[in-house]
Ligand binder design. Structure first.
Ligand code: GDP
Ligand code: MG
Length: 168
């Protein structure tokens, strides 16, 4: 019998949001500390990386993959919900994503709303206070991030980890 058990707990985190909002780029920035321009069109369904304490699942935003992602919602400890601050539709769809999350995820899941592409504020379609207001409505924390410059990327994941620790 083992007298020492090593328990490795991954914080299962899922990146959710419309296609093109920057989920894969955010993951690459967090994991490798760099921005690789261009779409990661090869992201099909779900990919993941294990980084520090996080096991992060990157999802494809397209409707046709949703049945794949439902199964992963159940095991998620945290969900990073992304929209693109230059893309109003991706912001408007946040409500639909939240409806889906509330349907499939565990009730105590940590959710964080991220307005990504903060470096493109010249092309902004959604003001910061609109993001803040939506986040308040759903009682979730909010941040604007940039997968390009890295602004708030580490902070977002740290905030999720703190919230999970707080709830444990
Ligand atoms: P996904 O479909 O949500 O995984 O989005 P991708 O990570 O593939 O990114 C879609 C496009 O947006 C790509 O051209 C990225 O280079 C670009 N992109 C992603 N994040 C940012 C960001 O923070 N700033 C800028 N300027 N472009 C970004
Ligand atoms: Mg992707």
């Amino acid at each position: 019998k083992p007298n020492c058990v090593f328990v490795c707990v991954f914080l299962q985190t899922i990146l959710v949001g419309d296609s093109g909002v920057g989920k894969t780029s955010l993951l690459v920035q967090f994991d490798q500390g760099k921005f690789i321009p261009g779409s990661f069109s090869a992201t099909v369904g779900i990919g993941f990386t294990v980084s520090f304490l996080f096991q992060i699942w990157d999802t494809a935003g397209q409707e046709r993959f949703r049945s794949v992602t439902h199964a992963y919602y159940r095991d998620a400890h945290a969900l990073l919900l992304l929209y693109d601050i230059t893309n109003k539709a991706s912001f408007d769809n946040i409500r639909a994503w939240l409806t889906e999350i509330h349907e499939y995820a565990q009730s105590n899941v940590v959710i964080m709303l991220l307005g990504n592409k903060a470096d493109m504020s010249g092309d902004r379609a959604i003001r910061r206070d609109e993001g803040e207001r939506l986040a308040r409505e759903y009682s979730v924390p909010f941040m604007e991030t940039s997968a390009k410059t890295g602004v708030n990327v580490d902070l977002a994941f740290t905030a999720v980890a703190k919230e999970l620790k707080h709830r444990a």
